[in-house]
Design a protein around this ligand. Structure first.
Ligand code: BT5
Length: 327
């Protein structure tokens, strides 16, 4: 922890009490002017710090920004977020995480987070709109699993996001297999978030997985996606705390990942089925090398989608659902 974070923690932990500049200067072995400069830096970061002559400093407001000190404060995870790379703005947290995982050997659980992406990416090179006010982050995992099992990670992350949004805000959140987090309302399915899972693998062995999560929280919805997307702000009619939401989701993913490591995917499967927006419906799917139309009937024990077509039952391990229709 640097001096800035230590001073912030000291002022934060003294709650309603003022912390004297003189005491801090003595404690840290620096001048009162140096303390004052650090306080001003914290103010520029968005912290409200009141200063009263001869009494000291008091924290009166914390910004809803995703600073590492805020993310890591009382974070209830084993591995996720133990390292946080924060960018006020970046092209894409996903690209950054991938770059660093290859060149810098980022430890498992490392989190890359930003307030705004200029070139957010979706699957298959699509664009992900990421204005200020949303949650846009990526993290690194190094699971001991086969490449074809990695879909379980996408599903557990989608489930964690759905669960936490629902629990926190009472919004019913569903999953459109495998990576869309959606809300079903006013006659249409709208996307509130998306998951992007990428990996570096050899035959039969995964080196790293980078998972990107995008959630529309307090951001306005860009024109490009206005018809198909929705945000938490839009549903609730007010802003919510992004930092609290992020920490809740990290905790949930971390617990899910622990469960996965203990071979506990089956425990998640029932809820994944319950939250599926496609099971029981007629779907049109673009699989890697063909189009498949049929009824989505189940998720198998590995998270693959089982579809009954006119001629046979198919197991789909990768693909994109283009249409969901009632039967
Ligand atoms: C996804 O792709 O749903 C994965 C999105 C992952 C985004 C995160 S943000 C943090 C990390 N860093 C990145 O650069 N990316 C990850 P896909 O299923 O391909 O959906 C993309 C499609 O969703 C687009 O073609 C648009 O139609 C739509 N879309 C774009 N931005 C959206 C938004 N903000 N909300 C809802 N839909 C959006």
């Amino acid at each position: 922890m640097g001096k800035k974070d230590e001073i912030l923690e000291l002022i934060r932990n003294s709650h309603d009490q003022h912390v004297s500049g003189e005491d801090m200067a003595k404690n840290f072995g620096i001048t009162r002017t140096a303390i004052w400069k650090i306080v001003n830096k914290l103010r520029r970061m968005g912290y409200n710090i009141r200063a009263e002559k001869r009494i000291g400093y008091r924290l009166t407001g914390v910004p809803d920004l995703l600073y590492p000190a805020e993310v890591q404060k009382n974070l209830e995870t084993k591995i996720l977020g133990r390292t946080v790379l924060y960018y006020p703005e970046i092209n894409s947290t996903q690209m950054e995480a991938k770059k660093q995982v290859c060149h810098k050997n980022l430890p498992e659980g490392s989190l890359v987070v930003t307030e705004k992406q200029t070139d957010g990416v979706g699957r298959l090179g699509r664009r992900w709109e990421s204005p200020r006010g949303g949650l846009w982050f990526s993290f690194v995992l190094r699971p001991k699993m086969m490449p074809e099992e990695v879909i379980k990670i996408t599903l557990l992350v989608a489930l964690a996001v759905a669960r936490v949004i629902q629990k926190s805000f009472g919004i019913e959140v569903m999953i459109k297999w495998p990576n869309d987090v959606v809300v079903n309302g006013s006659g249409s399915i709208r996307k509130i978030g998306g998951i992007l899972t990428e990996m570096g693998a050899e035959l039969g062995f995964v080196n790293w997985v980078v998972v990107g999560v995008g959630i529309n929280v307090n951001n306005n919805l860009p024109a490009q996606v206005k018809k198909t997307a929705v945000s938490i702000k839009k549903l609730l009619g007010k802003n919510v705390s992004r930092i609290k939401l992020l920490k809740g989701i990290l905790k949930e993913i971390d617990a899910g990942y622990e469960l996965l490591k203990r071979d506990g995917f089956q425990e998640l499967l029932q809820e994944l089925k319950r939250r599926s927006i496609v099971l029981g419906k007629r779907v049109e799917i673009r699989a890697p090398d063909e189009m498949i139309t049929g009824q989505a009937i189940d998720l198998d024990r590995d998270g693959a989608l089982i579809v009954r077509t006119d001629s046979k039952t198919r197991k789909i391990i990768a693909g994109e659902i283009l249409k969901v229709n009632q039967l």
